[in-house]
Design a protein around this ligand. Structure first.
Ligand code: BMP
Length: 232
């Protein structure tokens, strides 16, 4: 077991889902600041969280992302799929929690000793969350990644706040829910262009959907986000 750390992020996400009546986390993979604000201003009332990945972070930089996080009363998740040795992971986490992310996504495949322990320790120092990838939504996830039963058990052992499980294979979402229990968040990407269906994914046990292109590429992002938020 790793050091105990606050489970505030799980609570914060579940509060946001309840209070905002939405199970949608926006994957804000746009490439400029103006576009990011155009989308966020239109859709934020229909969101439970925002996820920022390399495309936006590398395009606009950390100061701009920090300002964005400060402007919306929503949990922000940093999706940098942290997967390095401890010394490097510590630096990445210190930077990203300082930027203001409420939780960071890490890969499970690097293991705990000399890798994820550093992520959990940084989360504990900052009182923030860690979300572990158990299984990915693309077809190639079946080529080399470990069995999802093993990564889900590992997530439970580590006591992370949540896991990523694929909306494109809802039988995995259901199995991962059985393994991780009811307390742990399951966030599921893959709805829309990747082929996953919102209702099926929530029915399988996901707490929230991670949705990008179906919202920010829509002619009317506000309507797209509202309709997704109506799926419960
Ligand atoms: P979209 O809805 O546009 O397919 O975006 C999905 C988002 O979720 C992207 O940010 C992608 O990097 C992320 N993601 C994914 O699609 N599958 C995974 O298994 C894990 C992810 O983080």
């Amino acid at each position: 077991m790793s050091k105990d750390y606050s489970r505030n992020f799980g609570r914060r996400m579940r509060d946001a889902i309840r209070e905002r009546g939405s199970r949608v986390a926006l994957a804000l993979d746009v490439l400029d600041e103006q576009e990011a604000y155009r989308v966020l201003d239109a859709v934020h009332p229909h969101l439970a969280a925002v996820k920022v990945n390399y495309p936006l972070f590398l395009s606009v930089g950390r100061e701009a992302v920090g300002r964005m996080i400060g402007r919306y009363d929503l949990p922000f998740i940093g999706d940098f799929k942290i997967a390095d040795i401890d010394a490097t992971n510590t630096k990445i986490c210190e930077i990203m929690y300082d930027v203001g992310f409420d939780a960071l996504i890490a890969h499970s495949v690097v293991g705990r000793q000399g890798a994820l322990d550093a992520v959990l320790d940084a989360a504990a120092r900052h009182g923030r969350g860690v979300i572990l990838v158990t299984s990915m939504s693309h077809p190639g996830a079946k080529e080399f990644m470990p069995p999802y039963e093993d990564t889900a058990r590992f997530a439970r052992e580590l006591g992370v706040d949540g896991v990523i499980a694929p909306a494109t294979r809802t039988e995995e979402v259901a199995a991962i829910r059985r393994i991780v229990g009811e307390d742990m968040l399951i966030l599921s990407p893959g709805v829309g262009p990747q082929g996953g269906k919102a209702q099926e994914t929530l029915d399988a046990g996901a707490d929230a959907l991670i949705v990008g292109r179906s919202i920010y590429c829509a002619d009317d992002p506000e309507t797209a986000a509202r309709r997704l938020a109506e799926v419960v």
